[in-house]
Design a protein around this ligand. Structure first.
Ligand SMILES: [Zn+2]
Ligand SMILES: [Zn+2]
Length: 301
């Protein structure tokens, strides 16, 4: 019986993004305020995931051993350190979130059968590393507030109420949507980055947050004139909007998670090999450029 266990740890450390082979202007252009001397710090939170069969004691691995090893190999060394100097790996490749996750994996992999190392730089930015060379995942969490109404114009009010419940009420209602965008890419061996974070933030802001925030989605976002703005359809639309711009930044869109409320969220996984589109009520309009593998709805209100 395979099982995954997760262990949390944390450390506080400083770093600075600065490559001596670049000019000050070039460093600034690439890394913005992260270039400032002598550096700045984060309270990092680390999740180490380990998979295996259960032993005779009912455990994948003894978590007190895991705690000791993480402390000895990682947190006791990194806590209150200047990351650029503490490990030789960070002389070659800057200590970005994704690169720290990769190096932590390398330092723990001989101790445990790892399946994921997840590192939060802060609650709205984290990296995942799963042992595949220089490949890593980076997730940005952001939010927007918007109103919507769930109803198909080809159905009667009674029919819409039967399908969508209170969400079909005529004047709409609103949510504070939380959006998590995960991109996948190769860690650059010098900058330590899979993507220009500032540029990625800008794309998400320009394509999604600014056009969606403080709108009535059905009326203010043209796409939802034809598609019922359920959380699932909003997530599909966001993934369509982001796929090409993320590709142009040199990474690939991996997942869009839209959290509509504490009880209701959905995830769309993106894959360039398959094409699948959300269902819409007109039945005649076709969408292009969508390549989505699966959508998982976690819970319904
Ligand atoms: Zn930083
Ligand atoms: Zn709603």
């Amino acid at each position: 019986m395979q099982c995954i266990v997760n262990r949390r740890a944390q450390f506080s450390a400083s770093h600075r993004y600065w490559l001596p082979e670049l000019s000050a202007a070039e460093n600034n252009q690439h890394f913005g305020p992260c270039t400032r001397a002598p550096g700045h710090g984060h309270n990092y939170v680390l999740f180490v995931s380990i998979a295996g069969e259960l032993d005779e004691y009912g455990m994948v691995v003894n978590l007190s051993d895991v705690k000791q090893v993480i402390k000895q190999e990682v947190t006791s060394q990194l806590d209150f350190s200047y990351l650029n100097d503490i490990w030789p790996e960070f002389q070659q490749t800057l200590p970005t979130t994704e690169n720290i996750a990769r190096v932590i994996w390398q330092r723990l992999a001989s101790h445990f059968p790892l399946v994921n190392v997840q590192l939060f730089e802060h609650p709205e930015l984290w990296a995942d590393y799963q042992g595949n060379g220089m490949e890593a995942y980076l997730t940005i969490s952001t939010h927007f507030s918007a109103a919507h109404r769930l109803a198909r114009p080809d159905l009667s009010y009674e029919e819409n109420c039967e399908i969508y419940g209170k969400c079909a009420r005529p004047n709409g209602h609103g949510h504070n949507y939380h959006l998590e965008v995960t991109v996948k890419g190769e860690i650059d061996p010098r900058t330590g980055m899979i993507v220009d974070l500032g540029a990625l933030n800008q794309v998400i802001s320009d394509m999604v947050v600014e056009p969606f925030d403080h709108t009535f989605l059905n009326k203010d976002v043209p796409y939802f004139a034809e598609v019922v703005p359920t959380a699932e359809n909003i997530a599909f639309h966001i993934s369509n909007l982001l796929q090409q711009p993320v590709h142009e930044l040199g990474a690939e869109l991996h997942k869009v998670k839209l959290i509509e409320s504490p009880n209701n969220s959905c995830e769309v996984y993106c894959d360039t090999n398959t094409a699948k589109t959300p269902r819409e009520f007109s039945g005649t309009h076709s969408h292009t450029g969508n390549s989505l593998k699966s959508a998982k709805l976690e819970a319904r209100l």
